[in-house]
Design a binder for this molecule. Structure first.
Ligand SMILES: [Zn+2]
Length: 186
């Protein structure tokens, strides 16, 4: 199986969301966790490509085109890994976006969402399950990918409790995402 990982944003170009108090930048959190996901998937025999780039679908030609890379490689699954952010600082939890409901993308999203919820709620019982959602923004990584594709918003980087989970439990987030991908094929 060929799994394509896309850590959100690009260090030095687009940090993504940030938590200034804790010195946390989304682009590094997503990269750290994606590297671990890659290791766990390779350990069980999956082929993995990982591309982090400010060019999601051709809009910044000076960088690698993420969705074109996944399509050209013939990836079986595409997983974009992000941290969420909200205007309010008390919003928490994980949600997973997919392109449409009732297809394989939604099933993949359910597998990953369930694993992240189960894993992180063992650490923090109050960590909210925000569920699987159909993307309404027309996200390039979900729209321009030719295979089942999801975008995981692991936790809210601007919320102090969620941000501390992202700092202290990178490995748990990574294992959960990798287990969700394995569950999809189980
Ligand atoms: Zn993001």
């Amino acid at each position: 199986m060929k799994i394509f990982l896309n850590p959100g944003h690009q260090p030095g170009v687009d940090s993504g969301a940030v938590n200034k108090e804790l010195g946390l930048q989304e682009c590094y959190t997503t990269l750290n966790i994606s590297k671990r996901v890659k290791q766990y998937l390779e350990a069980v025999g999956y082929q993995v490509q990982m591309v982090q780039s400010d060019n999601l679908a051709g809009e910044s030609p000076q960088y690698i085109n993420v969705t074109e890379s996944a399509n050209t490689w013939g990836a079986d699954l595409f997983i974009s890994i992000h941290c969420n952010s909200a205007p309010r600082s008390d919003v928490r939890g994980v949600e997973t976006l997919c392109c449409g409901l009732g297809d394989e993308g939604e099933r993949l999203a359910e597998c990953i969402q369930d694993q992240v919820v189960a894993t992180i709620q063992k650490i923090d019982f109050n960590f909210p399950d925000r569920g699987v959602k159909k993307d309404v923004r027309g996200l390039a990584v979900l729209r321009a990918t030719a295979m089942p594709a999801v975008l995981v918003e692991m936790a809210f980087i601007n919320n102090v409790e969620d941000a501390k989970l992202l700092i202290d439990y990178e490995d748990e987030f990574a294992r959960a995402i990798a287990r969700g991908i394995s569950d999809f094929y189980a």
